[in-house]
Design a protein around this ligand. Structure first.
Ligand SMILES: C[S@@+](CC[C@H](N)C(=O)[O-])C[C@H]1O[C@@H](n2cnc3c(N)ncnc32)[C@H](O)[C@@H]1O
Ligand SMILES: [Zn+2]
Length: 281
């Protein structure tokens, strides 16, 4: 069972303790566990929209795509680039914006096989994503919450993973231990380039994110992972398209052209950057 321990009330930051199928703070704020074992720590007043984050259909498309393991090389790249000194028994990991949990679940399986004991937490602002994730692995603590205001005390984690997500660096710094690690995974210049060439009349120049550095962190390694995969049906192509921003941004004509495809060979081009939290001195 997941621990759901050492979390804090999103309203007053008091520590939460387990009371049967609820978490409670001393001020009486109560958060019930859902049937599948996750807990929603995103209070109504912190919601910018009624149904924030990825929608039910986006989550379903992402899950259908990822479950076919086209992106498993990214799991391997995360594990092989992970600084060895922090891949140790007892490591506490937060996947911030974990989506429907594919990556954290696959990482958990590999680390179990290697007999590395971990304490894993997956958090996402989308209740649809966390509902799906919580069905994958009951040993992981799954939380609905926001990166902008993480429902945990300071220095709660040793490692934060932010995969194709929305990093909030001052919050990540707050909840990481001194010299804790942060991994940012993002797409590189050639990511899905074959699809983008169909979707857009013109491909814009690639702009590296955080090229001026990241406040509170220093970069310890950077690597690029490139691989190819082939989608062999229109359903697979639509699943991929639905989990990318292109579904909203691409031209009507481009999307119509993609609808005619029966298969496509694609390039995945991924950047992995590990950062270490800077000390207070
Ligand atoms: C592109 S998806 C990536 C999901 C997952 N990391 C993956 O790679 O499969 C971005 C995710 O960030 C979530 N998200 C958006 N804003 C967020 C926030 N403020 N805090 C936490 N998650 C957020 C969305 O609901 C969505 O699941
Ligand atoms: Zn409270």
């Amino acid at each position: 069972m997941s621990t759901l321990e050492n979390l804090s009330c999103p309203i007053d930051s008091l520590s939460l303790s387990r009371d049967g199928r609820s978490l409670k703070c001393e001020n009486g704020h109560t958060y019930d566990l859902a049937k599948t074992g996750y807990v929603n720590l995103l209070p109504v007043q912190n919601k910018r929209s009624k149904d924030p984050g990825d929608s039910k259909s986006m989550v379903a498309a992402r899950q259908a795509f990822l479950n076919q393991h086209f992106y498993y090389p990214i799991v391997e790249a995360i594990l092989s680039s992970w600084p060895k000194e922090s891949l140790i028994n007892g490591v506490r990991v937060l996947d911030a914006g974990c989506g429907e949990g594919y990556y954290l679940n696959e990482i958990s399986k590999v680390l179990q096989d290697r007999h590395v004991e971990t304490e894993l937490t997956g958090l996402d602002i989308s209740k649809w994503a966390i509902t799906a994730a919580s069905k994958r692995d009951k040993n992981i603590s799954w939380l609905v919450g926001s990166n902008a205001s993480l429902p945990t005390p300071d220095q709660r984690f040793d490692v934060i993973l932010c995969l194709f997500g929305f990093p909030i660096f001052h919050e990540f710094s707050r909840v990481l231990t001194d010299s804790g690690l942060l991994l940012l995974v993002e797409s590189g210049p050639d990511h899905l380039i074959e699809l983008r060439k169909i979707l857009y009349p013109q491909i814009h120049d690639y702009k590296q994110t955080h090229s001026d550095g990241v406040a509170d962190f220093e970069m310890v390694s950077e690597e690029t992972k490139t691989f190819h995969f082939t989608l062999n049906s229109q359903a697979e192509i639509q699943n991929l398209l639905s989990m990318t921003p292109h579904i909203h941004k691409a031209s009507y004509d481009g999307k119509e052209e993609v609808k005619q495809l029966e298969s496509i060979r694609l390039t995945a081009d991924i950047k992995l950057r590990w950062y270490q939290k800077k000390g207070n001195t």
